[in-house]
Design a protein around this ligand. Structure first.
Ligand SMILES: [Mn+2]
Length: 361
C-alpha cells in the first residue's frame, strides 16, 4: 500500500496518456470511511485489473488540515496524505471516455459541476439512503451497514480470499471500529456484517501483525484525533465534516455540517468568531440554508424563511422517534433545536431535510 500511495503523484502526471483509468471517488464529507473506502478499493483494483486505478478524495486539497482523524490514521501507517489525489487535482473533462468511476460512501454524484460524469459510473458501494434511480447496468452494492468500508472489505475478500495486506486491513478495521462507535449497542450502528468483517480482519492480523491495538484503544485515539480541533476557527468547524445538497429549479444549495467531537451547537454559538464566520461561510458557499448538527442539538440559519420553517416542521412532526424540540436561541435569526435520540445521525436527518425542501419548492 505504501508504494501504491507513493506512486500516485507520478500517475497523476501521466493521466492524459492512459487508455483507461479507474477512479474510486469518496464522498464530499471526506471522513475516515470515505477515505478508507476509496484508498483500499483503488488499491485492490490496481492489483487485480490491467489498467491504472486511483483513489480520489472528494474535497479540495486545501481542506486536508481539517481531516484530523484521517491524517492521524495515515500517519500511523506511514502514508503521506500529500501524495493522495484530490478532486481538484484532476481535469475531469479531459479524462473523457477513458474514465471508469466507482462511487464509494455515496451513491449519486452530488456536485453539479461533476454531474456530467454520471455515464462513467460503473460501480457503487454505499450505506446511505438510495438516491440513484437506474442501477441496472451497475455493480451496485448498497446496504445499511455501519461503515461503507465493510462493503469494500467484503468485496475484496470475495475477489481475493488470500488478502493479507496489513495497511489495508488496519485501515478498514480502524474505520469499522470508528463508524460503529466501537460496536456500541447503544449507538446501534454496527450490523452483523460489520462484526463479521471486523472479526475476519482481526483473525488475519492476529497471525501476521506484530502488534494489534485493542479496539478500545484505537477507538479512543481516533476519536481524540477527530475532535482535536483546538486550532480551528468557526468556519473550519463548519467545513470539517460538511455535506452540501443541491436542488434544481430554483437552484438552492443547503449545507449540513456535523460539528466535530462532542461539540454542541450551543457551545459553538458561544464562540467569538461564530457570527462573522457563519456569514463568511454562507457567502462563500452561497447557501440558502445552513444546518449544523452538534452533540445533543442542531441549528438552522437563517431562521425566518420558508425553507427553515419547512425543515423545522419536518424534523418536529415526521417521526416522534427522532425526539427533536425547539429551544431558546442565543441569536434571533438562528433556529435552535434540542435532539435527544443519538441514533438520529446526519445520515437519517439528511433525507428528511431533502424531503422538506422538495416540498417547499
Ligand atoms: Mn460512511
Amino acid at each position: 500500500m505504501d508504494k501504491f500511495v507513493q506512486r500516485l503523484p507520478h500517475v497523476l502526471k501521466k493521466l492524459k496518456d492512459v487508455p483507461k483509468l479507474g477512479v474510486v471517488l469518496g464522498n464530499e464529507a471526506g471522513d475516515l470511511d470515505s477515505v478508507t473506502s476509496a484508498l483500499t478499493y483503488a488499491y485492490h483494483l490496481q492489483e487485480h485489473r490491467d489498467y491504472e486505478c486511483i483513489p480520489v478524495l472528494n474535497f479540495p486539497r486545501l481542506d486536508l488540515p481539517l481531516k484530523t482523524e484521517v491524517r492521524f490514521c495515515l500517519k500511523k501507517l506511514h502514508l503521506n496524505p500529500e501524495h493522495l489525489v484530490f478532486v481538484d487535482d484532476l481535469n475531469w473533462v479531459e479524462l473523457g471516455d477513458a474514465l471508469e468511476l466507482t462511487l464509494v460512501d455515496h451513491n449519486v454524484i452530488n456536485k453539479p459541476e461533476l454531474k456530467f460524469l454520471e455515464p462513467n459510473v460503473v460501480a457503487v458501494f454505499d450505506h446511505h439512503v438510495q438516491e440513484r434511480q437506474d442501477i441496472d447496468d451497475l455493480d451496485f452494492q448498497l446496504d445499511f451497514v455501519g461503515s461503507a468500508s465493510t462493503l469494500i472489505a467484503e468485496r475484496i475478500f470475495q475477489e481475493n480470499p488470500e488478502m493479507q495486506e496489513e495497511t489495508v486491513l488496519k485501515l478498514i478495521r480502524w474505520t469499522i471500529i470508528t463508524d460503529t462507535s466501537n460496536l456500541s449497542p447503544a449507538k446501534k450502528k454496527a450490523t452483523k456484517l460489520d462484526i463479521e468483517i471486523l472479526e475476519q480482519i482481526e483473525n488475519i492480523l492476529a497471525e501476521s501483525a506484530a502488534s494489534m491495538w485493542n479496539r478500545k484503544v484505537i477507538y479512543e485515539e481516533i476519536i481524540k484525533a477527530k475532535s482535536d480541533t483546538s486550532s480551528f476557527c468557526a468556519n473550519q468547524l463548519l467545513r470539517k465534516d460538511l455535506k452540501v445538497v443541491y436542488f434544481k429549479a430554483p437552484e438552492i444549495t443547503v449545507s449540513l455540517s456535523s460539528l466535530p467531537g462532542a461539540m454542541s451547537c450551543s457551545k459553538f454559538m458561544d464562540r467569538l468568531d461564530f457570527r462573522k464566520d457563519l456569514d463568511d461561510f454562507q457567502r462563500k458557499g452561497n447557501y440558502a440554508l445552513i444546518i449544523a448538527l452538534g452533540a445533543g442539538d442542531l441549528m438552522i440559519y437563517p431562521k425566518e424563511t420558508d425553507l427553515c420553517f419547512k425543515v423545522r416542521e419536518m424534523l418536529l412532526s415526521k417521526n416522534p422517534d427522532i425526539k427533536i424540540k425547539v429551544d431558546q436561541s442565543k441569536f434571533s435569526d438562528v433556529e435552535y433545536l434540542r435532539r435527544s435520540n443519538v441514533a438520529y445521525t446526519r445520515k437519517k436527518i439528511m433525507p428528511l431535510v431533502k424531503e422538506a425542501i422538495e416540498e417547499c419548492k
